[in-house]
Design a protein around this ligand. Structure first.
Ligand SMILES: NC(=O)c1ccc[n+]([C@@H]2O[C@H](COP(=O)([O-])OP(=O)(O)OC[C@H]3O[C@@H](n4cnc5c(N)ncnc54)[C@H](OP(=O)(O)O)[C@@H]3O)[C@@H](O)[C@H]2O)c1
Length: 187
């Protein structure tokens, strides 16, 4: 299974869950420094692009879209499925003539989409994920923990491009004053 965008917030979970379920996982990242960390999470191989794959894959979970999706679809084995889930690359997908041919060992390949917001009854799955993290069986890959008030500074510094998630803590004062300051807003 290929995880396109292995270092993304979603991809980091996907790599771990796929490896745990027995899949032979290949992940992509443009960041050479993230390679060993993705292997530590369960990836057998880390490549910069689908063009660098050593063989075809049975499934693709795509967080990037654009040319990444098109090149990954070309590496899909017969009967394989590509799930277009994210579009982090911000590119158009352009298939060329022949890319969707089914001959020459390219039969029965599927491309499908997924949208979390359209899923009903996620409570059980989310509770399971939370429990796995709580029990230490799933790594949320936290890159930094910062006070909530520093959120604008963290974004300005480009925290979205660092490895792992940034957790923001709500301190006691803020937690007590927030409901009064902003009535009706979720905490
Ligand atoms: N369908 C759904 O229900 C659903 C749910 C959640 C998220 N999403 C979508 O999934 C995508 C990923 O979300 P996220 O929050 O996990 O992302 P994220 O944490 O922001 O990570 C995005 C990753 O994409 C890679 N990347 C960014 N620009 C790229 C480019 N031009 N070419 C190649 N790689 C690039 C970067 O990895 P490197 O720097 O390591 O290469 C980065 O780690 C987003 O499009 C998001 O909207 C969809």
């Amino acid at each position: 299974m290929l995880v396109l965008g292995g270092t993304s917030a979603v991809g980091l979970f996907a790599v771990q869950l796929a490896a745990r379920s027995g899949a032979d996982v290949v992940a992509t990242t443009r960041n050479p420094a993230a390679r060993e960390r993705l292997i530590g999470l369960g990836a057998r191989e880390v490549v910069a692009s689908p063009s660098d794959l050593s063989g075809d894959v049975s499934g693709v979970l795509d967080l990037l879209g654009g040319s990444h999706l098109v090149r990954a679809f070309a590496r899909l084995a017969p009967g394989g499925t590509l799930v277009a889930l994210g579009h982090a690359a911000g590119e158009e997908e352009r298939f060329g003539y022949g890319d969707l041919f089914g001959d020459g060992n390219r039969h029965d390949r599927s491309l499908t989409t997924f949208f979390l917001g359209a899923e009903a009854d996620l409570g059980h799955d989310m509770s399971w994920l939370a429990a796995e993290i709580h029990e230490g069986r799933l790594d949320p890959v936290v890159g930094a923990v910062r006070p909530w008030r520093e959120l604008p500074d963290v974004f300005a510094a480009g925290a979205g491009r660092t490895y792992g998630k940034v957790v923001f803590t709500v301190d006691g004062d803020h937690a007590r004053t927030a409901p009064t300051d902003r009535p009706g807003r979720p905490r």
